[in-house]
Design a protein around this ligand. Structure first.
Ligand SMILES: Cc1cc2nc3c(=O)[nH]c(=O)nc-3n(C[C@H](O)[C@H](O)[C@H](O)COP(=O)(O)OP(=O)(O)OC[C@H]3O[C@@H](n4cnc5c(N)ncnc54)[C@H](O)[C@@H]3O)c2cc1C
Length: 374
């Protein structure tokens, strides 16, 4: 988020100095580096669909954006999201809405699913929706490296330090105080601290409901390859997709084991007990997979409504949020970066209207309900 904001500002013509303050140049605990790096257009709100379409277009044409060397390994192989018989009407309505906003979503009944995706058992399934374009997965680390390099080439400086506090005067942020004692002064402060964002602004009296929630990814070695396998979201709550020669997958922990995870990156190993039988039931051949490793990263969960927060604070008017994407922030980073750049350089959103993601709904506790959350 931070790098896309910085690079987009420069490409939008912002001529002043831009600094990205990053406490960890290895990014080893960043959500971006630990994510499942996938992109979907199957959302329940138009703004999320529009942001995904913009991201997918950039990923498809990554060389046009970042040069001939750029390669993020975009595999446009679709999300297949399964639902039970009781969900058919609601899922058809969602798919029609997604199509109306430019997504290419196919609605498949169990017979069509069986023909299209051999190897998957569709017992108990009433509907599947499949993104035939604009959905799939990519290499998030490469995406970050490319945008960072481009930002640097545009004169953006990267400062390795922790922001200890945000300094204010009247209704403005005046700068950020760093762990090395320096104060970086600013005309605009973009908050793109991911899962750390809520804690960082709390001392200002800004009640941003963004907290870290641990999400575990299991990586499997596989003796076989299922051709054309998508990013599969099962109605049971598990997901699995190809990754290199094997597969990765996961599921959300139950609410009682989903405390705020400040500093905790230990994978939820015990989830495997629930995950494994569900996986083997849905895709019987996957019983032959071997668990190779597991890692955990943090979703930057906006507890109000699981959607990103983008735009200016109402009182500290040069504090701009670009955070809280709750598990879909890599795919939306290009659109958020462009939106934030438009806001700063021209005073408003020009391309996609990101107003629905604004601070106003946080201030008034009015959720923008997103029905398709993982
Ligand atoms: C397991 C998992 C799977 C996911 N799968 C997907 C997916 O398939 N698709 C998708 O789009 N998204 C996915 N996400 C979500 C996605 O990773 C995040 O939404 C996205 O990476 C958020 O980007 P960010 O820049 O806001 O946060 P980050 O990538 O976490 O970057 C924030 C940076 O801020 C730095 N920072 C924080 N506080 C300070 C401070 N005080 N001073 C200096 N630096 C600071 C951190 O070091 C960090 O590098 C997943 C996340 C996880 C954990």
């Amino acid at each position: 988020m931070g790098s896309f904001c910085a690079w987009s500002l420069r490409t939008a013509g912002f001529a002043g100095p831009i600094a990205v303050v990053e406490q960890d140049a290895t990014y080893q605990y960043s959500s971006t580096a630990l994510s499942a790096a996938s992109i979907r257009t199957q959302f329940g709100t138009p703004v999320n669909i529009q942001m995904s379409l913009f991201g997918a277009d950039m990923f498809r044409h990554i060389k046009a954006t970042f040069g001939d060397e750029a390669d993020i390994g975009f595999q446009e192989k679709g999300y297949l999201i399964l639902g039970g018989a009781d969900q058919v009407a609601e899922r058809v309505a969602a798919a029609e809405m997604q199509r109306a906003h430019g997504a290419d979503i196919r609605i498949l009944d169990p017979d069509e699913l069986g023909t299209r995706f051999p190897g998957i058992s569709f017992d108990g399934v009433g509907i599947g929706t499949f993104g035939a374009q604009h959905e799939g997965w990519f290499d998030a680390w490469s995406l970050l490296s490319n945008v960072r390099r481009a930002a640097r080439q545009g004169g953006v400086s990267y400062v390795e330090a922790t922001v200890e506090s945000i300094e204010t005067n009247d209704a403005k942020v005046t700068g950020v105080r760093l762990s090395n004692g320096e104060v970086v002064s600013c005309d605009f402060c973009i908050l793109a601290a991911g899962a750390w964002s809520g804690r960082l602004v709390a001392p200002l009296g800004v009640a941003l409901p963004v907290v870290p929630k641990k999400r575990t990814v299991f990586a499997f070695k596989s003796p076989f390859k299922l051709e054309g396998f998508p990013m599969l979201f099962d109605s049971s709550g598990i997901w699995v997709r190809p990754e290199g020669e094997g597969y990765i997958g996961g599921m959300q922990p139950p609410a009682e084991s989903d405390a705020d995870a400040y500093g905790d990156f230990e994978p939820h190993h015990d989830l495997m007990e629930s995950y494994w039988p569900l996986l083997a039931t849905r895709i019987p051949a996957m019983e032959a997979l071997r668990l190779h490793r597991a890692w955990a990263g943090h979703y930057e969960v906006n507890t109000l409504d699981h959607n990103g927060v983008v735009g200016a604070h109402d009182e500290l008017t040069n504090l701009i949020f670009a955070t809280g994407f709750s598990g879909h922030g890599v795919m939306h980073a290009p659109a958020v970066g462009r939106g934030v750049a438009e806001l700063i350089t021209s005073g408003g959103f020009q391309s996609i209207d990101l107003t629905p993601l604004g601070w106003e709904r946080i201030r008034t506790s009015t959720p923008m309900v997103e029905s398709i959350v993982y």
